[in-house]
Design a protein around this ligand. Sequence first.
Ligand SMILES: Nc1nc2c(ncn2[C@@H]2O[C@H](COP(=O)(O)OP(=O)(O)OP(=O)(O)O)[C@@H](O)[C@H]2O)c(=O)[nH]1
Ligand SMILES: [Mg+2]
Length: 255
Amino acid sequence: MLIGKTGSGKSTLGNAILGKLRFNTEGNSMESTTRSCRTGSAEIGDKTIVILDTPGVMETKEDEEEVMKEVFKGAISLKSGPHVFLLVIRADVKFTAEEREAVEIFSSVFGEELYNYLIVVFTHSSACNTGIDNCILKLPESFQQCKEYCIAIETGGKSQQVKKEVQQLLEVVEKVVQKNGGKCYPVETIKEIEKRYLTSIEDNRGMRAMIKELYKQAADAMFNKAADAAEGFFGKVAGLLAALKGKISNKSGSK
Ligand SMILES: Nc1nc2c(ncn2[C@@H]2O[C@H](COP(=O)(O)OP(=O)(O)OP(=O)(O)O)[C@@H](O)[C@H]2O)c(=O)[nH]1
Ligand SMILES: [Mg+2]
């Protein structure tokens, strides 16, 4: 199962693994991003490899919620859950707070159990001038426990090289599958996580609405206070002006 930030190269990697153009990518489709989950499969050696491509995490909270709902839907559609999560990260861009947030979404949602099934794939490796070890060091600390299961790949390279790198990736996949005794990340756990996530979205929506209402009430109160103060101020000014006018007319009357 491919996960990661939008534009990180998930669909391209999926195609490279399957050895065919199964998933739309920024390069081969009018649509620049994957919006819904899609599976593709291929016979590789003596195994059937099934890939689940998912939409990428984006910048806004609303987008993130939609993406995560789709990710759960896709993961649950896999009969017994995914054997591995391939977390796709660009090796050639600076690991900013935004990149960090995009990977931490998955650890916060799928919990500690995720690390047992996690492989980190750094794409665009030929354009990375700092080296893969440095990329690994930039990952949040909790991800360091998967450092033996990190791999770099350049899908834009010569086809022989891409094949070789895909083979290396499949060896890492095999290692993780062996480590877990062939067990998948349980689909039942994903269903529970989805339920909790949907409840938390509702709670957050309620909270956001409450905060909005509080802001509105505070702004109204401030406005009313300012209006009262202005009224008092202008009332005083009007009183002074009237008194002044009275004095002036008295003076001119007494002349
Ligand atoms: N040179 C190079 N280009 C890559 C590599 N991986 C992906 N790309 C390019 O990066 C762009 C985005 O790749 P996609 O596979 O569509 O990215 P994605 O993660 O599926 O994006 P979303 O569907 O939006 O989540 C495409 O133009 C790919 O050709 C890589 O390893 N090297
Ligand atoms: Mg995609």
